[in-house]
Write a protein that binds this ligand. Sequence first.
Ligand code: XIL
Length: 370
Amino acid sequence: MKVSTILGLVASATTAFADLSLKEAANGFSIGVAANTRFFEEEGYLEATNQYNTMVAENGCKLSGIQAEQGVYDFTDCDAHLAKAEELGMKFRGHCLIWFNYQPEWFQNIKGYDNMKNAIVDHITTVLTHYKGKIDTWDVVNEAIDDGSSGENGTFQLRDSFLTRECPDYIDIAFKTAREVDPEVKLYYNDYNNEGLYGSKTDSVYNLVKDMVDRGVPIDGVGLQYHLHTNAYPEYEKVVETMRRYAELGLEVQITEMDVNSVEGKTEEAFALQAKLYGEGLRACLNSPNCTGFITWGVGDSNSWRSNGYPLAFDVNYAPKPAYYAMLNVLKEYNNVEESDDQADEVDDADTTVDADVDSAEEDSADEQN
Ligand code: XIL
């Protein structure tokens, strides 16, 4: 196949999602994406990003992005994400203040309770002060529960990390500090495998959060990361039940990092299963009154932290995948959004043809290079 034909196919794939965007179909519901300034020069990337109405920085607003050196705060990259979101008319979600993973050496090496506590308080105070009035929701603590925590009898076990070792009550400190610095901001606890599949982790996170609520530690919501695999995913009913349990505690939930890693690679079956799971996650959220947002963890498959698993709603050329249409259809159905007949035809055509075209375009392109 000639390059011009390939470009034509990619272009027609691109126009297939231009007429009714996810955000139009969302009708104010927060449908979001993790973005990264590394890709902001790519037109296709921005066009796909612009399908969503909410942005989170994949890495730029983490402690590692803002305070790579102790006491030296550099907001350049986090600010650049926020500025792009504002330019595109998107809301912006804060991720994340305190996390055990991918942290700078200086933070991991802090010794002593007071030193660790001071570092946590200083970071949260400085970041929330900088973004006061600009970011209304933050993941305050990320991934604190141990993967093996049984969750039996209302218990939970915290992950062993430099945070728990030096400052066992770091979660309380983090949430209380955040509330004090900015009483308006929504404070989230965010974790993975807590959406219903693994009973023990789902229960353990719930038990941690319930304990916080019972003791009056300020918290507004729980992030269900929703990092799934095509061979490991929760049942729809379990997800709805998980969300309902948090509603009973008076808490919001959001699906914060949706992706579905294909363990089979790039197959039609895997993409169809991804579509089903994206649709179910979004439907569970829309059917749960306390679920206030649904966010995917990246734009196109090649941008993903799990790029070998083709886990996202757009392919490596930023053409929409079945998962994209699944989200669009759930949003349209839920919000009663109608397209014109012409637009509907275009979406239907794209639905059945785009993936096959782009797949063969990629293969042909590889052939030509060989
Ligand atoms: C990941 C990013 O996608 C990677 O680019 C980075 O190298 C490591 O972090 N859970 C989270 C996210 O809360 O912050 C992680 O993001 C993915 C798992």
